[in-house]
Design a protein around this ligand. Structure first.
Ligand SMILES: [Zn+2]
Length: 392
């Protein structure tokens, strides 16, 4: 097989030729995804096999897409949280790459060594409403043990049938920093623990090696912007459960990239990283990945805001004034912004940062946890920038 670096480079450089251009995070609802799946299956002429494996509470079908003839199974599932579409788009991009030219030597070898099984959009009802939980308000990733929801039951049934050697649990995370740095985390990884003691079993060790591999291959494209997700054991979560059942499972959380609100770059990084990981599982090359590259990943931190405004001046009716920065977080899928911190934020970063210089902080923004419209803050920035000439 090719060396990984040449595979990664070609996946990266040719992404525009296989990316599904008309599918975006905003359009990632069940009907659109089903339409794309139909097109992929038709284009693949047998390369990608489709099977309905379950239905959501609101009767939307949940689909399993399989490619490959290998006896070793790998299972990937996305969007069990309805408002986390990035990896669904990446999975469909990967399938589009497979059907684009399944005879590419490294791809053909991969698909003869393993069979890849994908469940894109496990929670179609949540996706429709752009919310985390299913139609009954259940968080599917806290339903692995009880399996009350049809969505969790569908995933468990597929799991029992396939008994995959490797699993990929794909999510989007809230805005986090890379450890205590001011850098936003583009991705977060975790090989979830299978017990409260977080012991490192053979199964989990292999997942850590896949994590090390993903961190290494993405390094040239995202620098150090990769974090490790909280590793507290949660027995109701699927990753923790599957890890305990002997499937080496990696959690990949899509994070954030400056100037990329639709997460297009993160989607691309997902597609490249997952395809590379699948290739390395097929080739067995992940076993050479250095564990330090997983263990040394800084944990998710909280040192970054959606919007950071430096150089404001707080004013109090008593006559006191003082220089402050303003840290603002945006609510997902809404136009609301929350004032999170006021004061010295020199230790923090922003997905978007503005330095305006000794302008008054309006009273409606001068309270922590105040909720305002995003537009209100941008209008203010517009006025300040207009007054001060071109700013940052
Ligand atoms: Zn999630």
């Amino acid at each position: 097989m090719n060396t990984p670096s040449s595979v990664i480079q070609s996946l990266h450089e040719s992404y525009g030729t296989y990316r599904l251009h008309h599918l975006s995070a905003a359009a990632c609802v069940h009907a659109e995804v089903q339409r794309e799946i139909d097109l992929i299956v038709a284009r693949g002429a047998g390369v990608v096999r489709r099977r309905d494996i379950g239905r959501s509470i609101e009767e939307r079908n949940i689909v399993l897409l399989s490619a490959g003839t290998g006896t070793r199974n790998v299972m990937l599932w996305s969007q069990m949280h309805g408002d986390e579409p990035t990896a669904t788009l990446a999975l469909l991009d990967i399938l589009a790459r497979i059907v684009q030219d399944p005879l590419t030597p490294w791809l053909a070898e991969m698909l003869s060594a393993i069979t890849v099984h994908m469940i894109p959009m496990l929670n179609p009802d949540g996706a429709e409403l752009r919310r985390r939980c299913n139609a009954a308000g259940i968080d599917i990733n806290r339903d692995a043990r009880a399996a009350v929801s049809p969505e969790a039951r569908t995933l468990l049934k597929a799991y029992r049938e396939l008994t995959p050697e490797f699993g990929f649990n794909l999510h989007d995370q809230d805005l986090r920093s890379v450890g205590d740095t001011t850098q936003p985390a583009a991705l977060a990884l975790l090989a979830p623990p299978s017990d409260p003691a977080r012991s490192v079993s053979h199964t989990r060790l292999r997942a850590m090696r896949i994590g090390a591999l993903v961190a290494t291959v993405l390094q040239p494209y995202i620098g150090g912007r990769i974090a490790r997700y909280d590793d507290t054991h949660e027995c109701r979560a699927f990753g923790d459960l599957f890890q305990s059942l002997g499937t080496s499972t990696l959690l990949i959380e899509s994070g954030h990239w400056p100037g990329d609100p639709e997460k297009e770059y993160i989607r691309k990084m997902n597609a490249v990283a997952i395809l590379t990981a699948l290739w390395s599982i097929a080739a067995g090359s992940y076993e050479d990945a250095e564990l330090e590259f997983y263990r040394d990943i800084p944990v998710n931190g909280r040192r970054v805001f959606d919007l950071l405004i430096r150089g404001l001046e707080a004013r109090h009716p008593s006559g006191w004034t003082g220089p402050v920065d303003l840290g603002v977080m945006f609510e997902r899928n809404s136009d609301r912004a929350i004032i999170k911190e006021i004061g010295d934020l020199s230790t923090h970063g922003g997905l978007e940062t503005h330095t305006i210089g000794a302008r008054p902080l309006p009273p409606q923004l001068a309270r922590v946890e105040a909720v305002v419209r995003r537009a209100e803050i941008y209008d203010l920035l517009q006025i300040y920038r207009h007054d001060a000439g071109p700013g940052s």
